[in-house]
Design a protein around this ligand. Sequence first.
Ligand SMILES: *Cc1c(COP(=O)(O)O)cnc(C)c1O
Length: 345
Amino acid sequence: MNLKDIVRPNIWNLKPYSSARSEFKGEASVWLDANENPLNDPYNRYPDPLQMQVKSAIARQKGVAEENIFLGVGSDECIDLVYRTFCRPGVDNVVAISPSYGMYEVCADVNDVEYRKVALYSDFSLDADALIAAIDQNTRAIWICSPNNPTGNAFDSRLLADICRRAENCIVVIDEAYIDFSAQPTMLNRLNELPNLIVLQTFSKAWGSAAVRLGMAFASREIIEIFNKVKYPYNVNKLTQDYALKLLERHSQVRDWVAMLLQQRASLIARLQHIAVVKHIYATDANFVLVRVSDACDIYQYLCRRGIIVRNRHRVQLCEQCLRITVGTQDENDSLIQALEEYGK
Ligand SMILES: *Cc1c(COP(=O)(O)O)cnc(C)c1O
């Protein structure tokens, strides 16, 4: 893959905004370069545009070099950046598995990029040949979410690596938002062998910080450098950077959360098996379970009336009569099970 051939020409030639904070780096005692207010320390100063301290902590934990990390305002920013960097509006297209995460298609529409859906098999496994067959000269990216939302299953990492090699002239994005809950290994350690791979992870799920809006993209140094040119100069604010640094120091806490949620997941699945309206429970590698029920819309409405909100996926391709249920605390899961037991009584 020649990166120049798949980056939009205007982006390839872009001269990025040069902020005061990126022009002078180093130690000083008097900062009169950025028209900041000298009062209200520490929030008066613009934050580090490249978030080097946070990246350094992430690099240590994940065994990835800092130059291979991009931080965005949630994965959502990283998803949008893929379009803004690689896809010429009205000309290029992307290919994605279906069903999958809704933001890929919304961002395609916003950027006027054709979105080509390739259906999974009915057991939610992946048809790699169909995915590759959907590619043409103007395909710039392939979206694969693993573990996939809303189906819950992860794809074999060797199959994903194989797709990267077969689709060598486009970007392959593997969205690993739920990877901490999965038995499948992350693709992060394959970045060096797969130059067209972008891996997305987030602080929103296992890291318990959806409110904070912090997402990560991992890719080659060349791709990360282009993302850094295109992003807003100060996309990740100081409150978020400080918070992330503290949480990264407490990563044993995150491990404990994940262990607790995996235990709750197993117990929730075991109890759902005894509920009369539950027709099928799909295997899951995530912190949610996709469940086929007798009447998804009616059960969804019933649960809402009881103050319990799940996600009705009935109208999603291959998910007829399915509810997507997030694994909660013991108490929350108890309430759900009790309500389902009392449905129709
Ligand atoms: C929840 C989720 C995310 C997280 O997005 P953020 O913008 O980081 O909160 C990303 N991808 C998928 C598939 C998700 O389900």
